[in-house]
Design a protein around this ligand. Structure first.
Ligand code: UD2
Ligand code: MN
Length: 584
Protein backbone atom coordinates (compact mmCIF):
# COMPACT_ATOMS: atom_id res chain seq x y z
CA UNK A 1 0.00 0.00 0.00
CA UNK A 2 1.78 3.08 -1.15
CA UNK A 3 -0.63 5.26 0.75
CA UNK A 4 1.33 5.05 3.94
CA UNK A 5 3.77 7.74 2.83
CA UNK A 6 0.92 9.80 1.52
CA UNK A 7 -1.33 9.43 4.45
CA UNK A 8 -0.12 12.78 5.34
CA UNK A 9 -0.48 14.56 8.23
CA UNK A 10 -1.65 17.00 10.72
CA UNK A 11 -0.78 18.52 13.92
CA UNK A 12 0.89 17.24 16.88
CA UNK A 13 1.70 19.17 19.92
CA UNK A 14 2.89 17.22 22.77
CA UNK A 15 3.97 19.13 25.79
CA UNK A 16 6.30 17.20 27.95
CA UNK A 17 4.69 16.30 31.22
CA UNK A 18 5.54 13.75 33.79
CA UNK A 19 5.41 10.17 32.72
CA UNK A 20 3.35 8.20 35.11
CA UNK A 21 3.30 4.48 35.14
CA UNK A 22 0.51 3.07 37.22
CA UNK A 23 1.99 0.65 39.66
CA UNK A 24 -1.04 -1.58 39.36
CA UNK A 25 -0.32 -1.94 35.67
CA UNK A 26 3.42 -1.87 35.55
CA UNK A 27 3.60 -4.84 37.86
CA UNK A 28 2.37 -6.95 34.98
CA UNK A 29 4.48 -5.42 32.26
CA UNK A 30 7.13 -7.74 30.86
CA UNK A 31 10.67 -6.75 31.73
CA UNK A 32 11.43 -5.59 28.26
CA UNK A 33 8.69 -3.00 28.55
CA UNK A 34 9.93 -1.36 31.70
CA UNK A 35 11.11 2.18 31.50
CA UNK A 36 14.85 2.35 31.21
CA UNK A 37 15.74 5.97 30.53
CA UNK A 38 13.33 7.93 32.63
CA UNK A 39 12.47 7.27 36.22
CA UNK A 40 9.07 5.75 36.78
CA UNK A 41 7.61 7.13 39.96
CA UNK A 42 7.24 4.10 42.18
CA UNK A 43 6.11 6.24 45.07
CA UNK A 44 2.73 6.84 43.45
CA UNK A 45 -0.15 5.12 45.17
CA UNK A 46 -1.89 2.43 43.14
CA UNK A 47 -4.76 3.93 41.19
CA UNK A 48 -8.29 2.76 41.79
CA UNK A 49 -9.90 0.86 38.92
CA UNK A 50 -11.78 3.04 36.45
CA UNK A 51 -15.29 3.86 37.58
CA UNK A 52 -17.87 2.22 35.38
CA UNK A 53 -20.67 4.35 34.10
CA UNK A 54 -23.85 2.61 35.10
CA UNK A 55 -26.95 3.69 33.26
CA UNK A 56 -30.41 2.62 34.16
CA UNK A 57 -32.34 3.52 31.02
CA UNK A 58 -33.96 0.13 31.06
CA UNK A 59 -34.64 -2.10 34.00
CA UNK A 60 -31.44 -3.88 33.11
CA UNK A 61 -28.25 -2.36 34.47
CA UNK A 62 -25.98 -1.63 31.55
CA UNK A 63 -22.29 -1.35 32.23
CA UNK A 64 -21.13 1.00 29.53
CA UNK A 65 -17.91 2.65 30.60
CA UNK A 66 -14.40 1.69 29.50
CA UNK A 67 -12.46 -0.70 31.73
CA UNK A 68 -9.39 1.49 32.19
CA UNK A 69 -9.10 5.12 33.08
CA UNK A 70 -7.34 7.58 30.78
CA UNK A 71 -3.64 7.77 31.80
CA UNK A 72 -2.67 10.98 33.57
CA UNK A 73 0.09 13.09 32.08
CA UNK A 74 1.89 12.76 28.81
CA UNK A 75 4.97 10.78 27.90
CA UNK A 76 7.98 12.94 27.12
CA UNK A 77 8.91 11.28 23.84
CA UNK A 78 11.93 13.48 23.22
CA UNK A 79 13.41 12.59 26.56
CA UNK A 80 12.70 8.88 26.15
CA UNK A 81 14.20 8.79 22.66
CA UNK A 82 17.65 9.70 23.92
CA UNK A 83 19.91 6.65 23.82
CA UNK A 84 22.42 6.96 26.64
CA UNK A 85 24.65 3.97 26.11
CA UNK A 86 26.14 2.02 23.19
CA UNK A 87 23.81 -0.77 24.27
CA UNK A 88 20.84 1.50 23.63
CA UNK A 89 22.07 2.09 20.10
CA UNK A 90 22.34 -1.62 19.53
CA UNK A 91 18.87 -2.27 20.91
CA UNK A 92 17.54 0.51 18.71
CA UNK A 93 19.04 -1.09 15.59
CA UNK A 94 17.68 -4.42 16.69
CA UNK A 95 14.18 -2.90 17.07
CA UNK A 96 14.29 -1.52 13.54
CA UNK A 97 15.55 -4.82 12.16
CA UNK A 98 12.73 -6.74 13.75
CA UNK A 99 9.82 -4.39 13.20
CA UNK A 100 10.85 -1.65 10.78
CA UNK A 101 9.89 0.89 13.40
CA UNK A 102 11.47 2.14 16.61
CA UNK A 103 10.62 -0.87 18.75
CA UNK A 104 13.18 0.18 21.34
CA UNK A 105 11.36 3.46 21.91
CA UNK A 106 8.03 1.65 22.05
CA UNK A 107 9.40 -0.51 24.86
CA UNK A 108 10.42 2.58 26.76
CA UNK A 109 7.04 4.25 26.34
CA UNK A 110 5.50 1.20 27.94
CA UNK A 111 2.03 -0.05 27.92
CA UNK A 112 -0.14 3.01 28.23
CA UNK A 113 -0.02 6.62 27.18
CA UNK A 114 -2.19 9.60 26.43
CA UNK A 115 -2.54 10.65 22.83
CA UNK A 116 -3.89 13.93 21.47
CA UNK A 117 -7.58 13.93 20.61
CA UNK A 118 -7.41 14.61 16.88
CA UNK A 119 -11.13 14.78 16.16
CA UNK A 120 -12.66 17.93 14.79
CA UNK A 121 -13.92 20.09 17.65
CA UNK A 122 -17.53 19.71 16.56
CA UNK A 123 -17.53 15.90 16.59
CA UNK A 124 -20.33 14.66 18.84
CA UNK A 125 -19.79 13.14 22.27
CA UNK A 126 -23.32 11.78 22.64
CA UNK A 127 -24.28 8.64 20.80
CA UNK A 128 -27.26 6.43 20.21
CA UNK A 129 -27.94 3.85 22.86
CA UNK A 130 -28.13 0.13 22.18
CA UNK A 131 -25.38 0.02 19.67
CA UNK A 132 -24.47 -3.46 18.42
CA UNK A 133 -21.55 -5.28 20.03
CA UNK A 134 -18.37 -5.82 18.10
CA UNK A 135 -15.79 -8.56 17.84
CA UNK A 136 -12.49 -6.78 17.44
CA UNK A 137 -10.12 -8.87 15.33
CA UNK A 138 -6.40 -8.15 15.49
CA UNK A 139 -4.12 -10.32 13.35
CA UNK A 140 -0.42 -10.12 13.96
CA UNK A 141 2.82 -11.51 12.66
CA UNK A 142 6.13 -10.85 14.48
CA UNK A 143 4.62 -7.85 16.25
CA UNK A 144 6.40 -5.90 18.97
CA UNK A 145 4.93 -7.00 22.33
CA UNK A 146 4.76 -3.46 23.73
CA UNK A 147 3.09 -2.16 20.61
CA UNK A 148 0.44 -4.88 20.85
CA UNK A 149 -0.10 -4.40 24.60
CA UNK A 150 -0.36 -0.64 24.21
CA UNK A 151 -2.88 -1.12 21.45
CA UNK A 152 -5.06 -3.38 23.59
CA UNK A 153 -4.75 -0.94 26.51
CA UNK A 154 -5.89 1.89 24.26
CA UNK A 155 -8.98 -0.13 23.39
CA UNK A 156 -9.69 -0.93 27.05
CA UNK A 157 -9.26 2.76 27.90
CA UNK A 158 -11.39 4.28 25.16
CA UNK A 159 -14.11 1.74 24.43
CA UNK A 160 -17.29 1.24 26.43
CA UNK A 161 -17.34 -2.36 27.60
CA UNK A 162 -20.95 -2.63 26.47
CA UNK A 163 -19.80 -2.38 22.86
CA UNK A 164 -17.17 -5.10 23.02
CA UNK A 165 -18.35 -8.62 22.39
CA UNK A 166 -14.78 -9.92 22.47
CA UNK A 167 -11.27 -9.12 21.30
CA UNK A 168 -9.66 -11.83 19.18
CA UNK A 169 -5.89 -11.73 18.96
CA UNK A 170 -4.85 -13.87 16.01
CA UNK A 171 -1.21 -14.86 15.97
CA UNK A 172 -0.58 -15.72 12.33
CA UNK A 173 2.08 -18.26 13.34
CA UNK A 174 4.73 -15.67 14.03
CA UNK A 175 8.38 -16.65 13.94
CA UNK A 176 8.96 -14.60 17.10
CA UNK A 177 6.89 -15.83 20.01
CA UNK A 178 7.23 -12.69 22.14
CA UNK A 179 3.98 -10.88 21.32
CA UNK A 180 1.87 -14.00 21.78
CA UNK A 181 3.64 -14.72 25.08
CA UNK A 182 2.97 -11.19 26.35
CA UNK A 183 -0.68 -11.47 25.34
CA UNK A 184 -1.05 -14.88 26.97
CA UNK A 185 0.42 -13.60 30.19
CA UNK A 186 -1.86 -10.56 30.20
CA UNK A 187 -4.92 -12.74 29.65
CA UNK A 188 -3.90 -14.94 32.57
CA UNK A 189 -3.06 -12.15 34.95
CA UNK A 190 -5.27 -9.21 34.24
CA UNK A 191 -8.85 -9.00 35.16
CA UNK A 192 -9.62 -6.28 32.56
CA UNK A 193 -8.38 -8.54 29.81
CA UNK A 194 -10.69 -11.30 30.88
CA UNK A 195 -13.64 -8.98 31.36
CA UNK A 196 -13.20 -7.72 27.81
CA UNK A 197 -13.16 -11.38 26.68
CA UNK A 198 -9.75 -11.13 25.12
CA UNK A 199 -8.53 -14.40 23.67
CA UNK A 200 -5.45 -15.51 21.80
CA UNK A 201 -5.58 -17.85 18.82
CA UNK A 202 -3.05 -19.17 16.39
CA UNK A 203 -3.40 -20.08 12.74
CA UNK A 204 -2.14 -23.60 11.92
CA UNK A 205 0.61 -22.05 9.80
CA UNK A 206 1.52 -18.57 8.60
CA UNK A 207 -1.35 -17.77 6.26
CA UNK A 208 -0.72 -14.13 5.44
CA UNK A 209 -2.93 -11.35 6.66
CA UNK A 210 -5.83 -12.08 4.31
CA UNK A 211 -6.47 -15.67 5.35
CA UNK A 212 -5.61 -14.76 8.95
CA UNK A 213 -8.45 -12.20 8.89
CA UNK A 214 -10.83 -14.83 7.51
CA UNK A 215 -9.68 -17.22 10.24
CA UNK A 216 -10.49 -14.59 12.88
CA UNK A 217 -13.80 -13.57 11.32
CA UNK A 218 -15.05 -17.16 11.23
CA UNK A 219 -14.70 -17.57 14.98
CA UNK A 220 -16.13 -14.14 15.83
CA UNK A 221 -19.48 -14.02 17.61
CA UNK A 222 -20.19 -10.28 17.60
CA UNK A 223 -22.93 -8.70 15.51
CA UNK A 224 -20.26 -6.42 14.08
CA UNK A 225 -16.70 -7.25 13.05
CA UNK A 226 -13.96 -4.68 13.48
CA UNK A 227 -10.60 -5.46 11.88
CA UNK A 228 -7.52 -3.62 13.12
CA UNK A 229 -3.80 -3.91 12.32
CA UNK A 230 -1.72 -4.90 15.34
CA UNK A 231 0.16 -1.59 15.68
CA UNK A 232 -2.60 0.91 16.34
CA UNK A 233 -3.84 3.12 19.17
CA UNK A 234 -7.51 4.03 19.21
CA UNK A 235 -8.60 7.57 19.99
CA UNK A 236 -11.52 9.08 21.96
CA UNK A 237 -14.94 7.73 20.96
CA UNK A 238 -13.49 5.84 18.04
CA UNK A 239 -16.04 3.05 18.11
CA UNK A 240 -19.41 4.76 18.60
CA UNK A 241 -19.65 6.60 15.27
CA UNK A 242 -18.68 3.41 13.43
CA UNK A 243 -21.33 1.34 15.18
CA UNK A 244 -23.97 4.04 14.67
CA UNK A 245 -23.46 4.01 10.92
CA UNK A 246 -23.72 0.24 10.82
CA UNK A 247 -26.82 0.26 12.99
CA UNK A 248 -28.34 2.79 10.57
CA UNK A 249 -27.70 0.56 7.56
CA UNK A 250 -26.37 -2.98 7.85
CA UNK A 251 -24.87 -2.80 4.38
CA UNK A 252 -22.35 -0.11 5.21
CA UNK A 253 -18.65 -0.87 5.52
CA UNK A 254 -17.13 1.95 7.58
CA UNK A 255 -13.58 3.06 8.22
CA UNK A 256 -12.05 5.56 10.65
CA UNK A 257 -9.59 8.24 9.63
CA UNK A 258 -6.19 6.63 10.00
CA UNK A 259 -3.99 8.92 12.06
CA UNK A 260 -0.24 8.48 12.01
CA UNK A 261 1.99 7.05 14.68
CA UNK A 262 5.44 8.11 13.56
CA UNK A 263 7.60 5.03 13.08
CA UNK A 264 10.70 6.83 14.39
CA UNK A 265 9.62 9.08 17.24
CA UNK A 266 6.25 7.43 18.01
CA UNK A 267 4.42 10.77 17.94
CA UNK A 268 0.68 10.53 17.39
CA UNK A 269 -0.23 12.82 14.51
CA UNK A 270 -3.74 13.56 13.21
CA UNK A 271 -4.44 13.01 9.52
CA UNK A 272 -6.49 15.26 7.28
CA UNK A 273 -9.88 14.07 6.11
CA UNK A 274 -9.37 12.02 2.98
CA UNK A 275 -10.72 8.98 1.21
CA UNK A 276 -9.43 6.07 -0.80
CA UNK A 277 -8.69 5.92 -4.52
CA UNK A 278 -6.54 3.72 -6.73
CA UNK A 279 -4.68 3.71 -10.01
CA UNK A 280 -4.65 1.28 -12.93
CA UNK A 281 -1.99 -0.84 -11.22
CA UNK A 282 -4.70 -1.30 -8.54
CA UNK A 283 -2.44 0.41 -6.06
CA UNK A 284 -4.32 2.14 -3.30
CA UNK A 285 -3.85 5.90 -2.89
CA UNK A 286 -5.35 8.68 -0.84
CA UNK A 287 -7.47 11.39 -2.46
CA UNK A 288 -8.25 14.69 -0.80
CA UNK A 289 -11.49 16.63 -0.93
CA UNK A 290 -11.43 19.83 -3.00
CA UNK A 291 -11.22 23.08 -1.12
CA UNK A 292 -14.68 24.04 -2.19
CA UNK A 293 -16.00 21.13 -0.12
CA UNK A 294 -14.21 22.36 2.99
CA UNK A 295 -15.96 25.72 3.09
CA UNK A 296 -18.70 23.98 5.04
CA UNK A 297 -17.41 22.76 8.41
CA UNK A 298 -19.94 19.96 8.66
CA UNK A 299 -18.12 18.34 5.76
CA UNK A 300 -15.26 17.60 8.14
CA UNK A 301 -17.43 15.57 10.49
CA UNK A 302 -19.87 13.90 8.10
CA UNK A 303 -19.55 10.36 6.72
CA UNK A 304 -17.91 10.43 3.30
CA UNK A 305 -18.36 7.92 0.52
CA UNK A 306 -15.02 6.36 -0.25
CA UNK A 307 -14.25 4.51 -3.50
CA UNK A 308 -11.71 2.24 -1.77
CA UNK A 309 -10.36 1.50 1.68
CA UNK A 310 -6.78 1.31 2.93
CA UNK A 311 -7.58 -2.15 4.24
CA UNK A 312 -6.38 -2.43 7.79
CA UNK A 313 -9.08 -0.76 9.81
CA UNK A 314 -12.79 -1.16 9.18
CA UNK A 315 -16.05 -2.24 10.71
CA UNK A 316 -18.89 -4.16 9.12
CA UNK A 317 -21.93 -6.15 10.13
CA UNK A 318 -20.80 -9.78 10.44
CA UNK A 319 -23.57 -11.20 8.23
CA UNK A 320 -22.92 -8.55 5.59
CA UNK A 321 -19.22 -9.40 5.59
CA UNK A 322 -19.88 -13.05 4.82
CA UNK A 323 -22.85 -12.45 2.47
CA UNK A 324 -20.62 -10.25 0.37
CA UNK A 325 -17.93 -12.88 0.15
CA UNK A 326 -15.50 -12.14 3.02
CA UNK A 327 -12.10 -12.14 1.39
CA UNK A 328 -10.61 -14.03 -1.51
CA UNK A 329 -8.80 -16.86 0.27
CA UNK A 330 -6.61 -17.43 -2.77
CA UNK A 331 -4.73 -14.24 -1.96
CA UNK A 332 -1.37 -14.61 -0.20
CA UNK A 333 0.46 -12.73 2.57
CA UNK A 334 -0.14 -9.03 1.80
CA UNK A 335 -1.66 -6.68 -0.73
CA UNK A 336 -4.64 -5.84 -2.96
CA UNK A 337 -7.35 -7.46 -0.82
CA UNK A 338 -8.36 -3.96 0.23
CA UNK A 339 -8.95 -2.79 -3.33
CA UNK A 340 -10.68 -6.06 -4.22
CA UNK A 341 -13.12 -5.84 -1.30
CA UNK A 342 -13.77 -2.19 -2.18
CA UNK A 343 -14.77 -3.03 -5.78
CA UNK A 344 -16.96 -5.83 -4.46
CA UNK A 345 -18.64 -3.62 -1.87
CA UNK A 346 -19.71 -0.99 -4.41
CA UNK A 347 -20.36 -3.18 -7.43
CA UNK A 348 -22.45 -5.68 -5.48
CA UNK A 349 -24.74 -3.14 -3.82
CA UNK A 350 -23.19 -2.26 -0.45
CA UNK A 351 -21.39 0.99 0.42
CA UNK A 352 -18.10 2.15 1.90
CA UNK A 353 -17.61 5.24 4.04
CA UNK A 354 -14.92 7.13 5.88
CA UNK A 355 -16.14 8.37 9.27
CA UNK A 356 -14.09 11.50 10.10
CA UNK A 357 -15.05 11.56 13.80
CA UNK A 358 -13.61 8.08 14.36
CA UNK A 359 -9.84 8.15 14.60
CA UNK A 360 -7.28 5.42 15.04
CA UNK A 361 -3.52 5.87 14.89
CA UNK A 362 -1.44 3.36 12.94
CA UNK A 363 2.31 2.93 12.63
CA UNK A 364 3.14 3.36 8.96
CA UNK A 365 6.49 1.82 8.27
CA UNK A 366 8.84 2.33 5.37
CA UNK A 367 9.07 -1.35 4.54
CA UNK A 368 7.34 -4.47 5.64
CA UNK A 369 9.51 -6.65 7.87
CA UNK A 370 8.26 -9.89 6.28
CA UNK A 371 7.61 -11.61 2.97
CA UNK A 372 9.64 -9.13 0.98
CA UNK A 373 11.07 -11.71 -1.40
CA UNK A 374 7.80 -12.42 -3.17
CA UNK A 375 5.43 -10.12 -5.01
CA UNK A 376 2.19 -11.25 -3.40
CA UNK A 377 0.68 -7.84 -4.12
CA UNK A 378 1.24 -8.57 -7.83
CA UNK A 379 -0.43 -11.95 -7.76
CA UNK A 380 -3.28 -10.72 -5.54
CA UNK A 381 -4.04 -7.71 -7.68
CA UNK A 382 -3.99 -9.90 -10.77
CA UNK A 383 -6.69 -12.06 -9.18
CA UNK A 384 -8.72 -8.95 -8.41
CA UNK A 385 -8.25 -7.65 -11.95
CA UNK A 386 -9.30 -10.93 -13.58
CA UNK A 387 -12.48 -11.10 -11.53
CA UNK A 388 -13.58 -7.46 -11.52
CA UNK A 389 -12.13 -5.28 -14.30
CA UNK A 390 -14.13 -6.53 -17.33
CA UNK A 391 -13.12 -4.65 -20.49
CA UNK A 392 -10.70 -2.52 -18.45
CA UNK A 393 -8.44 -5.50 -17.74
CA UNK A 394 -5.93 -4.40 -20.44
CA UNK A 395 -5.48 -1.10 -18.56
CA UNK A 396 -4.21 -3.12 -15.61
CA UNK A 397 -1.81 -5.16 -17.76
CA UNK A 398 -0.59 -1.96 -19.37
CA UNK A 399 0.26 -0.65 -15.90
CA UNK A 400 1.74 -3.98 -14.73
CA UNK A 401 3.09 -5.64 -17.90
CA UNK A 402 5.29 -8.08 -16.00
CA UNK A 403 2.17 -9.70 -14.53
CA UNK A 404 0.77 -10.70 -17.91
CA UNK A 405 2.14 -14.22 -17.65
CA UNK A 406 2.01 -14.67 -13.87
CA UNK A 407 0.01 -17.66 -12.62
CA UNK A 408 -2.77 -16.47 -10.37
CA UNK A 409 -4.50 -19.69 -9.36
CA UNK A 410 -8.16 -20.55 -9.59
CA UNK A 411 -10.70 -17.72 -9.40
CA UNK A 412 -13.81 -19.70 -10.34
CA UNK A 413 -15.48 -19.34 -6.95
CA UNK A 414 -14.92 -15.58 -6.99
CA UNK A 415 -16.47 -15.25 -10.44
CA UNK A 416 -19.42 -17.33 -9.25
CA UNK A 417 -19.76 -15.06 -6.24
CA UNK A 418 -19.91 -12.06 -8.56
CA UNK A 419 -22.67 -13.73 -10.57
CA UNK A 420 -24.60 -14.85 -7.52
CA UNK A 421 -24.59 -11.35 -6.04
CA UNK A 422 -25.51 -9.92 -9.46
CA UNK A 423 -22.82 -7.32 -9.20
CA UNK A 424 -22.72 -4.37 -11.57
CA UNK A 425 -20.08 -3.96 -14.28
CA UNK A 426 -16.76 -2.24 -13.60
CA UNK A 427 -17.80 0.46 -16.07
CA UNK A 428 -20.61 1.39 -13.67
CA UNK A 429 -18.12 1.58 -10.80
CA UNK A 430 -15.87 3.92 -12.76
CA UNK A 431 -18.67 6.14 -13.98
CA UNK A 432 -20.53 6.35 -10.70
CA UNK A 433 -18.02 5.90 -7.89
CA UNK A 434 -14.59 6.79 -9.26
CA UNK A 435 -14.92 8.89 -12.42
CA UNK A 436 -11.53 10.51 -12.00
CA UNK A 437 -9.90 7.35 -13.35
CA UNK A 438 -11.85 7.47 -16.61
CA UNK A 439 -9.70 8.51 -19.55
CA UNK A 440 -9.88 12.28 -19.94
CA UNK A 441 -10.95 12.89 -16.35
CA UNK A 442 -7.67 12.53 -14.58
CA UNK A 443 -6.25 14.25 -12.68
CA UNK A 444 -8.80 15.89 -10.41
CA UNK A 445 -8.11 19.56 -11.04
CA UNK A 446 -11.05 21.03 -9.15
CA UNK A 447 -8.80 23.11 -6.96
CA UNK A 448 -7.42 25.07 -9.85
CA UNK A 449 -10.81 26.54 -10.59
CA UNK A 450 -11.17 27.65 -7.01
CA UNK A 451 -11.43 31.47 -7.13
CA UNK A 452 -9.53 31.78 -3.85
CA UNK A 453 -6.48 30.15 -5.33
CA UNK A 454 -6.77 31.97 -8.62
CA UNK A 455 -6.33 35.36 -6.96
CA UNK A 456 -3.49 34.52 -4.69
CA UNK A 457 -0.02 35.88 -5.23
CA UNK A 458 2.84 34.06 -6.89
CA UNK A 459 6.23 34.40 -5.29
CA UNK A 460 9.87 33.50 -5.47
CA UNK A 461 11.57 32.47 -2.24
CA UNK A 462 15.11 33.88 -2.30
CA UNK A 463 17.75 33.19 0.33
CA UNK A 464 18.73 36.46 2.00
CA UNK A 465 21.75 38.22 0.46
CA UNK A 466 22.02 35.73 -2.36
CA UNK A 467 20.74 35.08 -5.84
CA UNK A 468 19.61 31.58 -4.92
CA UNK A 469 15.94 30.62 -4.87
CA UNK A 470 14.07 27.69 -3.40
CA UNK A 471 12.75 25.37 -6.07
CA UNK A 472 11.78 21.78 -6.44
CA UNK A 473 14.60 19.57 -7.47
CA UNK A 474 13.16 17.32 -10.06
CA UNK A 475 15.23 15.69 -12.75
CA UNK A 476 12.36 15.77 -15.23
CA UNK A 477 9.67 18.35 -15.73
CA UNK A 478 7.39 16.04 -13.82
CA UNK A 479 6.99 16.81 -10.15
CA UNK A 480 6.08 13.94 -7.91
CA UNK A 481 5.29 13.52 -4.22
CA UNK A 482 8.48 13.36 -2.22
CA UNK A 483 10.40 15.84 -4.43
CA UNK A 484 12.68 17.88 -2.18
CA UNK A 485 13.09 21.60 -1.73
CA UNK A 486 16.48 22.78 -3.05
CA UNK A 487 18.31 26.00 -3.94
CA UNK A 488 19.47 27.12 -7.38
CA UNK A 489 20.15 30.40 -9.16
CA UNK A 490 16.83 32.24 -9.34
CA UNK A 491 14.98 31.93 -12.64
CA UNK A 492 11.38 32.64 -13.35
CA UNK A 493 10.65 29.02 -14.10
CA UNK A 494 7.43 27.54 -12.75
CA UNK A 495 9.29 25.28 -10.38
CA UNK A 496 10.89 28.30 -8.70
CA UNK A 497 7.55 29.96 -8.28
CA UNK A 498 5.13 29.45 -5.44
CA UNK A 499 1.57 30.37 -4.84
CA UNK A 500 1.11 31.37 -1.20
CA UNK A 501 -2.55 30.61 -0.82
CA UNK A 502 -5.26 31.89 1.52
CA UNK A 503 -4.85 28.61 3.42
CA UNK A 504 -1.17 29.55 3.82
CA UNK A 505 -0.06 26.67 1.65
CA UNK A 506 2.96 26.96 -0.57
CA UNK A 507 1.81 25.45 -3.83
CA UNK A 508 4.58 24.91 -6.34
CA UNK A 509 3.66 26.23 -9.76
CA UNK A 510 5.35 23.28 -11.42
CA UNK A 511 2.30 21.38 -10.24
CA UNK A 512 -0.35 23.38 -8.45
CA UNK A 513 -1.69 20.27 -6.78
CA UNK A 514 1.54 19.80 -4.86
CA UNK A 515 2.22 21.59 -1.59
CA UNK A 516 5.31 22.05 0.52
CA UNK A 517 4.83 19.75 3.50
CA UNK A 518 6.82 19.67 6.73
CA UNK A 519 5.90 16.15 7.79
CA UNK A 520 8.41 14.05 5.92
CA UNK A 521 11.74 15.57 4.94
CA UNK A 522 10.25 18.88 3.90
CA UNK A 523 9.09 17.63 0.54
CA UNK A 524 6.19 18.11 -1.81
CA UNK A 525 3.02 16.23 -1.05
CA UNK A 526 -0.40 16.26 -2.60
CA UNK A 527 -2.22 19.32 -1.24
CA UNK A 528 -4.83 18.26 1.29
CA UNK A 529 -6.37 21.66 1.91
CA UNK A 530 -6.36 21.19 5.65
CA UNK A 531 -3.47 23.30 6.86
CA UNK A 532 -1.30 21.70 9.49
CA UNK A 533 2.00 20.48 7.99
CA UNK A 534 1.08 22.29 4.80
CA UNK A 535 0.60 25.66 6.51
CA UNK A 536 3.50 28.12 6.27
CA UNK A 537 4.09 31.48 7.91
CA UNK A 538 6.59 34.14 6.96
CA UNK A 539 8.06 35.53 10.17
CA UNK A 540 9.17 39.11 10.81
CA UNK A 541 12.80 38.04 10.69
CA UNK A 542 12.44 36.37 7.31
CA UNK A 543 12.03 32.75 8.31
CA UNK A 544 9.51 30.32 6.85
CA UNK A 545 7.78 28.69 9.78
CA UNK A 546 5.65 25.56 10.13
CA UNK A 547 3.53 25.65 13.28
CA UNK A 548 2.81 21.92 12.99
CA UNK A 549 6.51 21.05 13.02
CA UNK A 550 7.37 23.99 15.29
CA UNK A 551 10.42 24.55 13.08
CA UNK A 552 11.57 26.62 10.12
CA UNK A 553 12.88 25.91 6.62
CA UNK A 554 16.65 25.72 6.58
CA UNK A 555 19.37 25.18 4.01
CA UNK A 556 22.36 23.89 5.89
CA UNK A 557 24.69 23.68 2.94
CA UNK A 558 23.73 26.21 0.25
CA UNK A 559 23.01 24.59 -3.07
CA UNK A 560 24.51 21.26 -2.13
CA UNK A 561 21.80 19.76 0.08
CA UNK A 562 18.02 19.84 0.16
CA UNK A 563 16.26 21.89 2.84
CA UNK A 564 15.57 20.51 6.28
CA UNK A 565 13.43 21.63 9.21
CA UNK A 566 15.49 23.42 11.85
CA UNK A 567 14.89 25.33 15.06
CA UNK A 568 13.87 28.79 13.87
CA UNK A 569 16.66 30.58 15.71
CA UNK A 570 19.15 28.67 13.55
CA UNK A 571 17.19 28.68 10.30
CA UNK A 572 17.88 30.40 6.96
CA UNK A 573 16.35 33.80 6.21
CA UNK A 574 14.55 34.54 2.96
CA UNK A 575 13.16 37.41 0.94
CA UNK A 576 9.80 36.76 -0.58
CA UNK A 577 9.62 38.37 -4.02
CA UNK A 578 6.62 38.73 -6.24
CA UNK A 579 7.20 36.49 -9.25
CA UNK A 580 7.67 38.25 -12.56
CA UNK A 581 6.40 35.32 -14.51
CA UNK A 582 6.17 35.45 -18.24
CA UNK A 583 3.73 32.56 -18.21
CA UNK A 584 0.16 32.50 -17.05
C1 UD2 B 1 -2.17 -2.06 4.63
C2 UD2 B 1 -3.28 -2.34 5.62
C3 UD2 B 1 -3.29 -3.82 5.91
C4 UD2 B 1 -3.58 -4.57 4.62
C5 UD2 B 1 -2.52 -4.20 3.61
C6 UD2 B 1 -2.75 -4.79 2.24
C7 UD2 B 1 -3.81 -0.33 6.88
C8 UD2 B 1 -3.50 0.51 8.05
N1 UD2 B 1 -3.11 -1.50 6.78
O1 UD2 B 1 -0.87 -2.41 4.93
O2 UD2 B 1 -4.25 -4.16 6.87
O3 UD2 B 1 -4.86 -4.28 4.16
O4 UD2 B 1 -2.47 -2.80 3.42
O5 UD2 B 1 -2.75 -6.15 2.28
O6 UD2 B 1 -4.67 0.02 6.10
N2 UD2 B 1 0.05 -9.84 9.30
C9 UD2 B 1 -0.39 -11.14 9.51
N3 UD2 B 1 0.19 -12.16 8.83
C10 UD2 B 1 1.19 -11.95 7.91
C11 UD2 B 1 1.60 -10.63 7.68
C12 UD2 B 1 1.01 -9.60 8.38
O7 UD2 B 1 -1.29 -11.36 10.33
O8 UD2 B 1 1.68 -12.91 7.32
C13 UD2 B 1 -0.56 -8.74 10.06
C14 UD2 B 1 0.40 -7.67 10.52
O9 UD2 B 1 1.04 -8.01 11.73
C15 UD2 B 1 -0.51 -6.47 10.65
C16 UD2 B 1 -1.56 -6.73 9.57
O10 UD2 B 1 -1.45 -8.08 9.20
O11 UD2 B 1 -1.14 -6.41 11.90
C17 UD2 B 1 -1.34 -5.83 8.37
O12 UD2 B 1 -0.02 -5.92 7.88
P1 UD2 B 1 0.91 -4.65 7.71
O13 UD2 B 1 0.81 -3.78 8.88
O14 UD2 B 1 2.26 -5.11 7.32
O15 UD2 B 1 0.19 -3.95 6.49
P2 UD2 B 1 0.22 -2.37 6.08
O16 UD2 B 1 -0.20 -1.55 7.23
O17 UD2 B 1 1.51 -2.13 5.45
MN1 MN C 1 -0.07 -1.95 9.34
Amino acid sequence: MSCKRLVLILLCGSMALTFLLFSSISSDVPQSARIVGSQPDDSLPPRPPAPLHVSQETTRVVISGPLLEEPVGEVDLKELAVGRTPQDEELKRDGYDKYQFNGWLSDKIGERRRIPDTRHKTCPSQFESNLPKASIIICFFNESPTVLLRMVSSILTRTPLSMIEEILLIDDSSEMATAAAAAREAIERREEWRRAKISLHQTPKNEGLIRAKIFGAKMAKGEVLIFLDSHCEVNQHWIEPLLERIKGDRKRFVTPIIDIIDSDDMRYIGSPVCYGGFDWALTFKWDYPPRSALVNETFLISPLKSPTMAGGLFAVDRNTFFEYGGYDDGMDIWGAENVEISFRIWMCGASLEVIPCSRIGHIFRRRRPYGTNQDTMGKNSLRAAVVWLDEYFPKFIEARPHLAATPYGDVTSRIELRQRLQCKPFRWFLQTIYPSLLPGNEPLMTDLQDPLVANEGKYMIRMLNSSLCAWIDSSSSHISPGSRLTLRACTSHRMDTWKWTMNKELRNMGSARMCLDSLVNLSLMKCHNQGSHQEWHYTKDGKIYSAAAKKCVHFSDGKAAPAVMEYCALATQFDILRAQSEWR
